[in-house]
Design a protein around this ligand. Structure first.
Ligand code: PEP
Length: 251
């Protein structure tokens, strides 16, 4: 039985005061029921990792980064190494969010290398895949997400698959208010799990596949009731404690 996992992606939002209010609201509202049903984490801008460590240590909320470098250290101005995320006790790191793919030209091969760097440092990579509206309308959803996933499967050893989280995030649903129907999402998740099965059948059954794209308290329950949807990667709704908690409690 896979545990549900709900991760908030703050994107480039926040400041120390607002973060504190948000984190204390989430911790206070994450009652025993919520914590028992789902694992919970926030992926924050790198400058706020220290704040997360200070304010979340000992709570049921884990934290992590939104991106990492493939390099261990050195002359890579502006980049954040996996070891730096680990230095602040991060557990997760997003790899290949669609905004990184679109605005920073991250290829699936680079994303795969980032996932490897995360694994090597003991972090859990959350590998994001998803099709654009044009790709869905052209009927290429499966080949697009298959290609994005395959690049990672090509380099991640089969035995390491259990340490990976996948996120299916249709680009047309991110930040748009248009959520994939539970059936559309389930079909994509089932398809992704079948690809994982080809690499490592036993591990595939245990890999958490999160749905991301305008998930809110009102639609979370139906989405997460699908057999292959193991939680959510939440953008906008993760910035309000009540909405984030509403999603966790919908599990
Ligand atoms: C995201 O940024 O990963 C995301 C799913 O955003 P939103 O929930 O705002 O659509």
């Amino acid at each position: 039985m896979r545990r549900k996992l709900v991760i908030g992606n703050w994107k480039m939002n926040g400041n120390r005061a607002a973060n504190s209010a948000l984190l204390s609201g989430v911790v206070a509202g994450l009652n025993a029921d919520g914590a028992a049903r789902a694992d919970c984490a926030v992926c924050v801008p790198a400058p706020y990792l220290a704040q997360c460590q200070a304010e979340l240590q000992g709570t049921a909320v884990a934290w992590g980064g939104q991106d990492l470098s493939v390099h261990a250290s050195g002359a890579y101005t502006g980049e954040v190494a996996a070891s730096m995320l680990v230095d602040f006790a991060s557990r997760y790191v997003l790899c290949g969010h669609s905004e990184r793919r679109a605005y920073h030209n991250e290829s699936s091969e680079l994303v795969a290398q980032k996932a490897l760097a995360a694994l090597a440092a003991g972090l859990t990579p959350v590998i994001c895949v998803g099709e654009t509206l044009e790709q869905r309308e052209a009927g290429t959803t499966e080949s697009v997400i298959c290609g994005q996933l395959q690049a990672a499967l090509d380099v991640i050893p089969a035995a390491e698959l259990t340490k990976v989280v996948l996120a299916y995030e249709p680009v047309w649903a991110i930040g748009t208010g248009k959520t994939a129907t539970p059936q559309i999402a389930q079909d994509a998740h089932r398809f992704l799990r079948a690809r994982l099965e080809q690499k490592n059948p036993e591990a595939a059954a245990g890999v958490q596949i999160l749905y991301g794209g305008s998930m809110k308290p009102e639609n979370a329950k139906e989405l997460m009731a699908q057999p292959d949807i193991d939680g959510g990667l939440i953008g906008g709704a993760a910035l309000k404690a009540a909405d984030f908690l509403g999603i966790i409690h919908a599990v």
